[in-house]
Design a binder for this molecule. Structure first.
Ligand code: HXC
Length: 258
C-alpha cells in the first residue's frame, strides 16, 4: 500500500516511527489515514526487525480528531456501513508496544488514539481533550471508556461533557501521560524509550503487554490467572533460560527472541 498521509521510518535500533502527515488540517484522521496507519502497524507487528512503534504528528498537532468534513454529511446508516471503528479494533490488537509522542493538539479521535497507545510522552505544548460535544456528538473510538479508566469518573465527565482541553501537565497528574518534556525533545524521548524496550526480550514484552491490557476487560481473579499462564509460558522461551543464566553468570543477556 502506498502511503499518502503517513511517513514510516524504520530505525536500526529496532523500532519504527509512524508520523501523521496531513499538516494542513492538523493531522485530522480521515479514513485513508486510518487505513494507512492500521496497514503499517500490522506490517510492523509482523516484522522481526521491529520491536516497538512510535506514533507521532508534528509540533502543532498529534491529531485534531477524526476528519469532521468527511463525517459532516453522513447519515447513521453511512456511518454504520463505513464501520470505521473496525480499524480501531485492529489497532487494539497490535502485539508490540506503541508509544505516542504527542505535541500540540490531541483532540477527539486524536486523544482516543493517544490513549490506545501503551505509553505517552507529551511535550509541554500538548493540548488534550474530547471536544466532540461541541460539534453535536460524543467520543466514539473509546474515549468514554479509556478516559474514564485512566482519569476516573468525575474528570472524564468534565472533559466529555464540556469539551474542556487539558494541558500536558494536567495529563501527567491525571494519569494520561507518562512524561512531559520540552517540545524539541519529545520525539527523542520517545525514541530513547523505544530503543530501551526494543532491547528487552521480545516474547516477554509481548506477553507482558497482553497481560496488562487484559486488566481492562477481566475480573481480578481472571486477570491474575491470565498473568500466571503468561508467566509460566515464558519458561518455554530460550530468552528466559538465557536471562536467568546471564544473571547468575553476571553477564549481559543475549536475547534471541525465541
Ligand atoms: C477536519 C480539521 C479538523 C478536524 C482542524 N481542521 N481540525 N479538519 N477535521 N478534526 C482543519 C481546519 O478546518 C482548518 O482547515 C485547519 O485544520 C486548521 O484549523 P484551524 O481551526 O484554522 O486552527 P486553529 O484556529 O488553530 O484551531 C485548532 C483547533 C480547531 C482548536 C484544533 O481546528 C478545532 O477545534 N478542530 C476540531 C477539533 C475537534 O472537534 N475534534 C474532534 C473531531 S470528532 P482550513 O481548510 O479551514 O484551513 C472526532 C470523533 C472521533 O474526533 C471518532 C473516532 C474516529
Amino acid at each position: 500500500m502506498d502511503y499518502q498521509f503517513l511517513l514510516v521510518t524504520k530505525e536500526p535500533a529496532g523500532f519504527a516511527v509512524l508520523q501523521f502527515n496531513r499538516p494542513d488540517v492538523l493531522n485530522a484522521l480521515n479514513m485513508r489515514l486510518m487505513e494507512e496507519l492500521v496497514d503499517a502497524l500490522e506490517q510492523l507487528d509482523r516484522d522481526d526487525e521491529v520491536r516497538c512503534m512510535i506514533l507521532t504528528g508534528n509540533e502543532k498537532a498529534f491529531a485534531a480528531g477524526a476528519d469532521i468534513k468527511e463525517m459532516a454529511d453522513a447519515s447513521a446508516v453511512d456511518m454504520l456501513i463505513r464501520d470505521q471503528f473496525a480499524r480501531w479494533d485492529r489497532i487494539r490488537k497490535i502485539k508490540k508496544p506503541i508509544i505516542a509522542a504527542v505535541s500540540g493538539f490531541a483532540l477527539g479521535g486524536g486523544c482516543e488514539l493517544m490513549m490506545t497507545c501503551d505509553i505517552v510522552i507529551a511535550s509541554e505544548s500538548a493540548k488534550i481533550g474530547q471536544p466532540e460535544i461541541n460539534i453535536g456528538v460524543m467520543p466514539g473510538a473509546g474515549g468514554t471508556q479509556r478516559l474514564t479508566r485512566a482519569v476516573g469518573k468525575v474528570k472524564a465527565m468534565e472533559m466529555v461533557l464540556t469539551g474542556k482541553t487539558i494541558s500536558a501537565q494536567e495529563g501527567l497528574q491525571w494519569g494520561l501521560v507518562n512524561k512531559v518534556v520540552p517540545v524539541e525533545y519529545c520525539l527523542q524521548e520517545a525514541k530513547d524509550l523505544a530503543r530501551e524496550i526494543a532491547s528487552k526480550p521480545p516474547v516477554a514484552v509481548r506477553l507482558a503487554k497482553e497481560a496488562v491490557l487484559k486488566s481492562f476487560d477481566t475480573t481480578m481473579e481472571g486477570g491474575l490467572e491470565f498473568e500466571r499462564k503468561n508467566f509460566y509460558l515464558l519458561f518455554a522461551s530460550d530468552d528466559q533460560k538465557e536471562g536467568m543464566e546471564a544473571f547468575v553468570q553476571k553477564r549481559k543477556p543475549d536475547w534471541k527472541g525465541k
